[in-house]
Design a protein around this ligand. Structure first.
Ligand code: BDR
Ligand code: CA
Length: 312
């Protein structure tokens, strides 16, 4: 039986690849895709989600747009990483279907209420929509099995020395999510910086030679550019967001530790930092399963297998 999920994303190259992985996996049943503002504006991330689902011929999956800005801050975008469109690189089809007229929160609430079984939320952008959902629908918390999110870091940040991008964009939203009491899996930079895609992996993908694999290879060609700067010390590009789906599909690829995680909302130098109590120093009960290591080759093989499924 396939496991119901709701994907809230800001595509975004790695968000797009997370969608492609999830939608090729019979173990998962995406009930809806909602978009957050983050890598680009809400208008562009919505358009990108529709373009990717059009490429995949999945107009059956309802899409809805979320908040245009963080809960109490102005939006910061990552066009330096993802380009002017938010998905620069490949030629993508124009959307072949329209978004729902209801909001992201209304669509997620409807899907949760209708689902006979608990649903896993998979946010891979800033947590604005998820925080609004949790705050406005407390009765639906029981319908959420878990939140498997990409965001944060136990170690260093990637947008500031202390903060990872998704959490930095909307720390107040992240604070609400980490305090919600809903079980959380945190795919932070500790693990995603090991989920590196190398040039040789991209060539394996390109050789699959179907339109989806070609698109992923071209997305990664562009995504590599930002990460080639020697300051990062990466041998490839860290494929952050697909780690969420990979953990759902194959948790044995990862090592993890249950920890208390707090979010810094007001620090002068540390806004958006996730404070991870790895040594149980605070005495606070764990609120997240934090991922620390990944079997990189197993992760790449999982992606490659997914891309072959689009050849049928
Ligand atoms: C996160 O920021 C975004 O640019 C990526 O899509 C990912 O979700 C990594 O910090
Ligand atoms: Ca993202």
């Amino acid at each position: 039986m396939s496991h119901p999920i709701l994907m809230d994303c800001d595509p975004g190259h790695d968000d797009a690849i997370a969608l492609i992985l999830a939608l090729s996996s019979p173990e998962l049943k995406p009930l809806a895709v909602t978009t957050s503002a983050g890598n680009q504006t809400q208008e562009k991330t919505l358009n990108n989600a529709l373009r990717i689902l059009t490429l995949l011929n999945r107009s059956d999956i309802p899409v809805a747009s979320g908040a245009v800005k963080p809960l109490s801050r102005e939006l910061i975008i990552a066009d330096s990483v993802h380009g002017e469109s938010g998905l620069d690189g490949p030629e993508l089809p124009e959307p072949g279907f329209a978004a729902q007229s209801m909001s992201a929160v209304a669509l997620m609430a409807q899907k949760l209420a209708e689902s006979p079984e608990p649903v896993t939320l998979v946010p891979t952008g800033p947590l604005t929509n998820i925080a609004l959902l949790l705050a406005s629908h407390p009765a639906l918390h029981a319908k959420i099995e878990r939140i498997v999110l990409m965001g944060g870091a136990a170690g260093v940040g990637n947008w500031t020395p202390a903060a990872e991008f998704n959490i930095f964009v909307d720390p107040e939203a992240a604070d609400i999510v980490f305090k919600s009491g809903v079980p959380i899996t945190m795919c932070g930079l500790d693990v995603t910086h090991q989920a590196l895609i190398l040039s040789s992996d991209i060539e394996r993908m390109r050789a699959i030679n179907n339109p989806v694999a070609k698109c992923v290879a071209e997305l990664l060609d562009f995504f590599m550019i930002f990460h080639q700067d020697p300051k990062w010390g990466f041998a490839g590009a860290p494929l952050h967001d697909p780690c969420t789906i990979a953990w759902l599909l194959k948790p044995e690829l990862f090592s993890s530790q249950d920890c208390w995680v707090g979010v810094e909302t007001s620090g002068e130098l540390t806004q958006g930092m996730t404070v991870v109590d790895r040594y149980h120093l605070t005495g606070q009960a764990a609120n997240a399963t934090v991922l620390f290591d990944i079997d990189r080759e197993g992760f790449v093989d999982l992606l490659i297998e997914a891309l072959y499924r689009y050849s049928a």
